[in-house]
Write a protein that binds this ligand. Structure first.
Ligand SMILES: *[C@@H]1O[C@H](CO)[C@@H](O)[C@H](O)[C@H]1NC(C)=O
Ligand SMILES: *[C@@H]1O[C@H](CO)[C@@H](O)[C@H](O)[C@H]1NC(C)=O
Ligand SMILES: *[C@@H]1O[C@H](CO)[C@@H](O)[C@H](O)[C@H]1NC(C)=O
Ligand SMILES: *[C@@H]1O[C@H](CO)[C@@H](O)[C@H](O)[C@H]1NC(C)=O
Ligand SMILES: *[C@@H]1O[C@H](CO)[C@@H](O)[C@H](O)[C@H]1NC(C)=O
Length: 738
């Protein structure tokens, strides 16, 4: 996470204290008034307290009307109903609430007993994810018959999407548009005209016009050390098909065979003579597998990511002479103006040197094959924009390789989803602005901001009360939370779409989808280069507004809640507040805790008195069986478990605070849940996902534990659901962490 603990704390702390000096008479008068006010409030609250107690005794033990209980339990128990729920609640009977109700009924299995398995109660039938739902929303936007200015960026995005969806036209065009591109690159020996090879020219065109980098990657990104100016970076390539050494023992020959038959298929689709295709395909694979041997393995790559070298283009030319670096980089990064003395960042110099040797050898022995190799690579890279024959061949290869490398099969994705993703890649800022306009009104933004303030205040108040936290940690955590910046929903430019207006006048839509695709690709590359030289480039807000994950950026100490997260079923200004606090609210707490939760772990917080509590937490989590019958606990997830516990506890506190100041709450019709029960249900909803989708590197506990761990540790849960003592969600021991 890389949070910088020394981020100028302390200096700002003193600014937040009231000024020490000032008029003493004025101050003592205020103090006297405050004392008087306090006494009055105290008196009134004692009075109110006794009234509430009386009403509570009267209400809570009145006979309840037996309702068809969705909880699978007799509901005629004498429930503990706290003061806030003594007051009648109105059902929220708006379309927004009815859709939420439908969603709850569809994703949860309410015939499961909530005190035994609340995860199944809330998520038992959950299918799909919020991210998929958001893609469907983008699809609706792109398929709606809106009215837009002719020539506007919106019109281009719509046309791009419909051209992608027009599979009849794509099929009719066949391999024609692709053959034309191959001609422009100088042709190849397999089909069509064959002019003599100029290796450097083809490579330059591939990099600059087609965004394809067959032998290495080159991209613009901030310098690894301050002041992080944008700089050209050169790194090893990423090959889709694993042909590295580590696979040589197992299924390696079979993977090679599948890959070979894929390339054969591509060559034949492009009209090549089968025996010639076979020969070139074979050599192409041999080049890829030679280069694969020089790649650093992914893990090593990551740990050594900090190891980089600054070299001039001239030095690079000496070390890896097969490539005309200056002309290739200049063509790719125009309008930057490069000279031989230009410094670039090189991430794996050994690879570049070895790669250059392989190319030189090939250039001597098999010049023509190198051209075919580069074209095969381009055809692979362009296959999303080609007709169904190319796509089917690719899908078949991916499926076979996943089988051979023992990975679960990829679900097939509908065409619209591919097209939404391609339109997103091509027109991100436009699509972002349209999405925000459609789903995130200013009133939603201010409601979300209000929720965030309530959550943040509750957290700050709560930090003062944690008995186990030492003063220094408390102050650090307090400072971090009070000083954090927040972006709610979308960056400024997406909320003011006019700013993104002129981005696409160099994207030209053509009759052929492939040509439009390539035009948008060039336009995107130019945009990235342009924007990296602006003082506050758009891409600093790296999160798309439709993403469904909150982010924390340590460098500008900012939390970001994208509009995609502040959507039904997690948030809506007209929802019962219980839902917004339980779902969006707990997500907000989690993100705020992320800023400092590492401070609470053993090893960081030496003076904290929480060792016993963390041990308690281990036992607490270990007590829950997982769906596959094992129990799960690891130190790996401790930090996230601590945060999950806090997410629930603080969101609940904030909700209770809100209820005590603003009475009256709505509930969902037909669902016989009290506001607090609804709060817990919406909290659990955030965690709903199919357990099989858990990534083995995920630092979180599995979804069912993320629901049961915190809820069973919360006495209020057991109270509001009247869980019998000793049921899994009302255990005999709890850990006093938050
Ligand atoms: C819902 O839960 C009940 C009781 O555990 C179970 O029998 C039923 O199969 C579940 N329904 C679904 C759709 O999972
Ligand atoms: C080969 O080149 C000639 C002349 O440049 C051109 O007319 C012809 O269409 C090309 N053939 C193919 C298959 O592209
Ligand atoms: C590509 O350009 C570099 C640098 O000018 C040169 O050393 C190399 O031989 C060229 N490659 C070919 C195949 O012409
Ligand atoms: C795009 O529009 C801007 C402003 O209207 C203009 O300055 C720029 O030259 C245009 N670019 C192209 C490629 O037409
Ligand atoms: C059970 O599930 C957990 C988490 O999903 C996983 O880590 C563990 O390996 C599984 N155990 C078995 C025996 O499948």
């Amino acid at each position: 996470m890389g949070t910088n603990p020394a981020m100028g704390m302390g200096a700002l702390w003193s600014q937040e204290r009231p000024p020490e000096e000032g008029q003493p008479t004025e101050r003592s008068r205020w103090q006297a008034m405050a004392r008087q006010l306090l006494t009055t409030v105290l008196f009134l609250s004692v009075l109110l307290g006794s009234c509430v107690l009386f009403v509570y005794i009267f209400w809570s033990c009145r006979p309840r009307v037996p309702l068809p209980s969705p909880l699978g339990e007799p509901s005629s128990l004498c429930l503990f109903v706290p003061s806030s729920e003594l007051f009648p609640t109105d059902p929220c009977d708006t379309p927004v609430c009815r859709r939420l109700l439908e969603h709850y009924l569809k994703s949860g299995n309410i015939s499961v007993a909530p005190c035994t398995d609340f995860f199944s109660f809330a998520c038992g039938k959950a299918k799909g994810t919020l991210a998929e739902e958001i893609k469907r929303q983008l699809q609706r936007i792109l398929e709606s018959s809106g009215s837009w200015h002719p020539g506007s960026e919106e019109e281009k995005a719509f046309q791009f999407y419909s051209s992608c969806m027009d599979t009849d036209a794509i099929e009719a065009a066949g391999a024609g548009p692709l053959r034309q591109i191959i001609e422009e690159l100088g042709g190849w020996q397999i089909s069509g005209n064959w002019t003599s090879l100029d290796f450097n020219r083809t490579l330059r065109l591939l990099m600059s016009q087609y965004g394809h980098f067959p032998f290495f990657r080159a991209y613009l990104s901030p310098h690894p050390s301050p002041p992080h100016q944008p700089v050209i970076q050169i790194d090893q390539p990423e090959f889709d098909i694993p042909l590295g050494q580590e696979l040589e023992q197992k299924n390696y020959a079979q993977i090679l065979r599948e890959y070979l038959s894929y390339l054969n298929c591509l060559g034949e689709l492009l009209g090549g003579n089968p025996s010639k295709v076979q020969e070139h395909a074979y050599l192409s694979i041999s080049i890829t597998s030679q280069l694969s041997r020089f790649l650093r393995p992914p893990g090593q790559q990551r740990t050594q990511g900090k190891l980089f070298q600054m070299v001039t283009i001239e030095q690079l030319q000496e070390m890896a002479p097969a490539i005309d670096w200056l002309s290739c980089l200049q063509a790719t990064f125009t309008p930057m103006s490069l000279s031989p003395s230009q410094l670039v960042v090189v991430h794996n110099l050994d690879y570049l040197q070895d790669m250059s040797k392989v190319l030189e050898k090939q250039l001597l022995e098999h010049r023509d094959f190198l051209q075919s190799h580069m074209i095969f690579g381009l055809v692979e890279a362009l296959s999303p924009a080609l007709n169904s024959k190319f796509q089917d061949a690719r899908r078949l290869l991916n499926q076979k390789v996943r089988e051979l490398t023992e990975q679960p099969p990829m679900p097939t994705r509908p065409r619209w989803m591919e097209c939404v993703e391609q339109t997103d890649a091509a027109f991100k800022p436009t699509l972002a602005a349209m999405f925000v306009r459609e789903t995130f009104s200013p009133s939603t933004q201010s409601a979300a901001m209000e929720l965030f303030t309530a959550i943040k205040d509750a957290l700050i108040t709560h930090l003062r009360r944690l008995p186990w936290m030492d003063e220094e940690t408390r102050k650090k955590a307090h400072d971090k939370v009070t000083q954090v910046q927040v972006t709610m929903g979308a960056p400024e430019w997406a909320l003011k779409p006019a700013l993104a207006r002129q981005e696409y006048n160099d994207t030209h839509l053509r009759p052929s989808y492939l040509q439009s695709f390539l035009s948008s690709l060039r336009s995107r590359q130019a945009r990235i280069i342009q924007s990296s030289f602006q003082p506050s480039p758009h891409h600093r807000w790296k999160v798309s507004p439709w993403e469904v994950k909150a982010h924390y950026s340590p460098s500008d100490h900012m939390v970001v809640f994208p509009a995609g997260l502040l959507q039904p079923p997690f948030f809506h200004p007209d929802y019962p507040r219980a839902v917004n606090f339980g779902a969006a609210g707990s997500i907000m707490v989690l993100e705020l805790l992320r800023i400092f939760s590492h401070l609470l772990l053993p090893g960081f917080c030496l003076a904290c008195d929480n060792r016993a509590i963390l041990q308690c937490l281990e036992h607490h989590y270990a007590a829950f069986p997982l769906p596959n019958g094992t129990s799960f606990y690891g130190f790996r997830t401790l930090q996230e478990d601590v945060a999950d516990m806090g997410g629930l506890a603080i969101a609940l506190k904030a909700y209770n605070n809100r209820l005590s100041w603003h009475r009256g709450e709505t509930t969902l019709p037909r669902l016989d849940l009290s506001p607090h029960q609804l709060f817990f249900l919406s909290y659990a909803q955030v965690m709903c996902r199919e357990p099989s989708t858990q990534d083995s590197q995920d630092p979180h506990s599995p979804p069912s534990l993320r629901v049961h761990g915190p809820l069973s540790n919360t006495p209020a849960f057991a109270r509001y659901f009247s869980c019998p003592y000793g049921t899994p969600l009302n255990p005999s021991r709890r850990c006093q962490l938050w």
